[in-house]
Write a protein of this length. Structure first.
Length: 293
């Protein structure tokens, strides 16, 4: 069971149920270092391309957008300084900004539960990164992991019973799954290279993740039923931050080439890649999240 560790002010939880397959909406992503400012903003872009539009741009560092399961809200983290981040949420159009966590610690990478009642996130405290869950209706914060390892990039399963995350608790980074009801923790990948940043397929049968197991940083898929691992991208550049499309046919990710990070989409069945953005600014677009419709 989850261990209670703190209580914070509650906020109204959205109804966020969604069914598979869902419709593919816009892709939200963070853009490092908006020109002329030392900030990072949250943008949205159509998966077919076009000019990204600023959604959250407040002069601070805003990262790690995540759509709710019904696509009506977006969570993200805002960092006033390099040593402090907190979780926020807003409506799909960027209005109605609400602060979810208020801590002196480093709290980032929020991901919604499928029913919209909770957000799981990372908290860095005393040099250790663990995972926590904020229950929006009650305001209660529960601690999901408590180890001396570095636990990162959590994401709820589509049925809400599990959280996948990356961790070096095995000595190197692998993908793990935590059952939020029983507390049982299962290791999903066992490669000697670094595996992290898991993303559940909408039907809950697969997990996409980033890995260096082929020598470069690429996108892979783990089939949870068969145990088969499939390589999605093969690039001399760095491919990272995978996120499934709501209809389960594609994976959006960031490719960093020549110092510029841009959004790409992999069609899993057709095995084709499409570049969506062509940013040439400093660092560029990262951590995409695909809006359900």
């Amino acid at each position: 069971m989850l261990a209670l560790v703190a209580v914070a002010a509650g906020v109204a939880a959205p109804s966020a149920e969604a069914s598979f397959p869902g419709g593919n909406g816009k892709i939200a992503l963070a853009r490092f270092y908006v020109p002329g400012t030392p900030s990072a903003a949250i943008f949205t872009v159509n998966p077919g391309g076009g000019t990204p539009s600023a959604l959250i741009h407040n002069g601070l560092r805003n990262f790690d957008p995540a759509w709710s399961a019904n696509g009506n809200q977006i969570a993200y983290d805002t960092c006033p300084t390099t040593r402090n981040c907190n979780v926020f949420a807003a409506n799909a159009d960027g209005t109605g900004v609400t602060q979810i966590t208020n801590s002196p610690n480093f709290e980032e990478f929020p991901r919604w539960s499928p029913d919209g009642d909770a957000l799981v996130f990372m908290r860095l405290a005393a040099g250790n990164m663990d995972l926590y869950v904020k229950h929006l209706g009650s305001g209660v914060v529960t601690r999901l992991t408590a180890s001396s390892s570095f636990d990162e990039f959590p994401e709820f399963s589509p049925d809400g019973t599990k959280v996948a995350f990356g961790s070096n608790r095995s000595g190197n980074f692998d993908i793990w799954i935590k059952n939020v009801n029983t507390g049982a923790t299962t290791r999903v990948t066992t490669d000697l290279r670094a595996d992290s940043y898991p993303s559940w397929s909408p039907d809950g049968t697969k997990i996409a993740f980033q890995s260096t197991r082929d020598g470069n940083l690429d996108i892979w898929i783990k089939d949870l039923s068969s145990g088969t691992t499939t390589q999605v991208t093969r690039s001399q550049f760095g491919d990272r931050y995978p996120t499934w499309s709501p209809d389960g046919t594609r994976i959006a990710f960031t490719r960093t080439a020549n110092g510029h990070a841009n959004l790409w989409i992999a069609n899993v069945g057709a095995q084709t890649l499409t570049q969506v953005t062509s940013d040439t600014g400093k660092l560029g677009f990262v951590t995409p999240s695909w809006q359900p419709q």
